[in-house]
Design a protein around this ligand. Structure first.
Ligand code: GLN
Length: 314
């Protein structure tokens, strides 16, 4: 039986593990991200029944970035169903960086995963709403329902991203030319860029992860946010591509579905049990938070959670 003091000890272990690693750099290709203090460190655990534990800067609001891809995927699963998502976007790792054009070229313009930029722009193109503002409202509403509080766009982050997202605009047009962007590509990349520019805290991410852990029920609000059958495909996509080119290493060493963002956030899910999240801006070369990964891995290890261990022997 996991007790409150087990979770407290796990957070302390997570903090110690994070502080024991150094290195990495804030993302700087989005100017705003380069300006965030590098020494921030927040860790949070929220259980499927809503018990919350936090440590350090778990209340600091940072840019959600690629973690937003999970919630737009959730929205699109609700709209068109799991089979259509797999057919239109895919469910395989690309083995290439998150913004790879090569990955698209190698697969006839099919993104393979909704958790790389191309697949996330394709997802945004499948969000409900005829105008960019209508699609945006649906995406923001989904992020908010997962977090259990109104999530907001940061105008500063959004401006910084919109002024520098040339590579993503090119990806949107390549998708469109291959038949894999399902609305005006200018609209799709605008909405995608906005979805990356909301502010969340490590505690928010743990609630969002706990909602996935609890079969789509937000443990704080009690709302069934998505259909229970849509959590498994989301977690599978996270396991395949959630940490980009490091996803295999992560599965091998930690064994939990997780998703990172270049803002420094990382959210992991123990199905049926809890969300574990961390925030620390410096990233490794794959684009994952150096200390965030160490923290989440140590929390999971301390509590004995790895999906690939035999629960009968634990
Ligand atoms: N907004 C960022 C981008 O599109 C998100 C990337 C990420 O977090 N990996 O490049």
């Amino acid at each position: 039986m996991m007790t409150r003091s087990d979770i407290k000890a796990a957070l302390a272990a997570g903090h110690a593990a994070a502080m024991a690693v150094d290195g990495g750099q804030n993302a700087d290709y989005i100017p705003f991200l380069a300006s965030v203090p590098s020494d921030l460190l927040g860790i949070a655990v929220v259980t499927a029944s809503g018990e919350t534990h936090t440590m350090g800067d778990a209340g600091y609001g940072f840019a959600i970035e690629s973690i937003s891809k999970v919630f737009t995927l959730a929205l699109v699963l609700e709209r068109i169903g799991a089979e259509a998502v797999r057919e239109k976007i895919g469910a395989d790792p690309t083995g290439l960086p998150f913004n790879s054009v090569m990955a698209l070229e190698l697969h006839n313009g099919k993104p393979l995963s909704p958790l790389v930029n191309a697949g996330a722009i394709a997802s945004a193109s499948l969000a409900p709403g005829d105008s960019a503002d209508a699609s945006w409202d649906a995406i923001l509403d989904m992020q908010s329902r997962f977090a259990g509080r109104p999530i907001q766009l940061s105008a500063t982050v959004n401006k910084s991203e919109q002024e520098t997202n040339f590579h993503n605009r090119a990806i949107a047009w390549l998708l469109y030319s291959a038949g894999s962007c399902f609305c005006d590509p200018v609209k799709a990349v605008d909405v995608y860029t906005r979805q990356c520019s909301t502010l969340v805290t490590a505690e928010d991410l743990a609630v969002m992860g706990a909602t996935l852990a609890a079969g789509g029920v937000n443990p704080r609000t009690g709302e069934q946010v998505i259909k229970p059958e849509h959590t498994a495909p989301i977690l599978a996509e996270m396991m395949m591509e959630g940490l980009y080119t490091a996803s295999g290493d992560w599965a091998y060493t930690v064994g939990l579905p997780a998703k990172s963002g270049v803002g420094g956030g990382i959210m992991a899910v123990v199905p049926g049990v809890m969300g574990i999240a961390a925030f620390s801006p410096p990233l490794d070369t794959a684009g994952n938070s150096v200390r965030g990964q160490a923290a989440v891995a140590a929390v999971a290890k301390s509590l004995g959670y790895n999906l690939f261990t035999n629960p009968l022997q634990a």
